[in-house]
Design a protein around this ligand. Sequence first.
Ligand code: GLA
Length: 385
Amino acid sequence: MNAITVNSAFEQHFSTAPDITVRAPGRINLIGEHTDYNGGFVLPAAIDKAIWLAAGKRSDGRFAFYALDLNDNYVSDDADTVFQDRHKWANYLLGVISEARKDGLHIGGLNVVFGGDVPLGAGLSSSAALESGTMFILNELFQLGLSRMDIVRLAQRGENNFVGMKCGIMDMFASVISRENTVVRLDCRSLEYEYFPFDAPGYSLVLCDSGVKHTLVDSEYNTRREECEEGVAVLKQYNPGISTLRDVSLELLKQHAAELRPVVFRRCKYVVEEIARVQLACAALQRNDLATLGQLMFQTHDGLNLEYEVSVPEINFLVEKARENPAVLGARMMGGGFGGCTINLVETAGLEDFIETTSAAYLSKYGITLKTYPVKLTAGTSVIS
Ligand code: GLA
């Protein structure tokens, strides 16, 4: 899949050339998991797996979308953006249109064809790429004058308010704002960000896709958010300046441990420590200390598994295999949890052996053929033609 395939599908489908073609990438996150909705730091990057969208205006005010990979069509009945049950994927496009209109932005009729190679359900944020890519196109075609950060926020609102997943800002941010060969640290409280070159000759980032997708992921995700908020509500009584876990120190949290439900204490402890780990990871990157970065990734995994409790046995198994392998500097579950991928920082010389041995062990333990994706860090959403 690439821009050429999507463009020619557009021409076939709508008998005209598209006005614009956009590449909207998926993302990884090096470290900083479940910190975005807690006002903390994340360290994501866009990758060389993307969704391409070809689009053109139409004069009747309707929306016609074609999902190339699914060979499925959506056409709106009128100029309204109606929640779609039958074509669930269309909600990602309709959501951003609906949110943009709430802001009084003028959006006319639109044809879109899209397709890509971001594996679905693997935690690489294909939905955020689709939402951000759609918003990016709307901005260009209808000359909305939005900044990249405006696009990020509207895409997140589409997911939160229309699709109904209360995700944080990280995925859309990474898809839109990233630069080649860098990771970007976002302060999710102030929305300030800084690029850190990820320049690691001799090392590779590789994702291991567990092939597991837990159906509870959305509800569990929202529960984690509520547990964090419960912790904040208690701690706020002692310091009204606290509005998210970003404002909480480990010391304060421990002081009030007895007033928190044990599960809430565990969740909060993980988040407070994870926010600090992102800062340590950035410092390690700056001095090119990949060994420390790797250790921090393992620590994150332990926290996600034991304290935040969002891992699953298959993912733990993959991380344990990575831990046993001398070529691996660090590994952890990546993304929201309950399946998806692990991210592994591996010496390139030992990469082939790592993939082979981990795949064989995974197949024999779970009967699942492991998919692995070595990733390159790429620029964020951009116009291709
Ligand atoms: C999902 C959400 C993100 C973030 C991660 C966990 O990917 O969409 O906003 O919260 O989980 O770090």
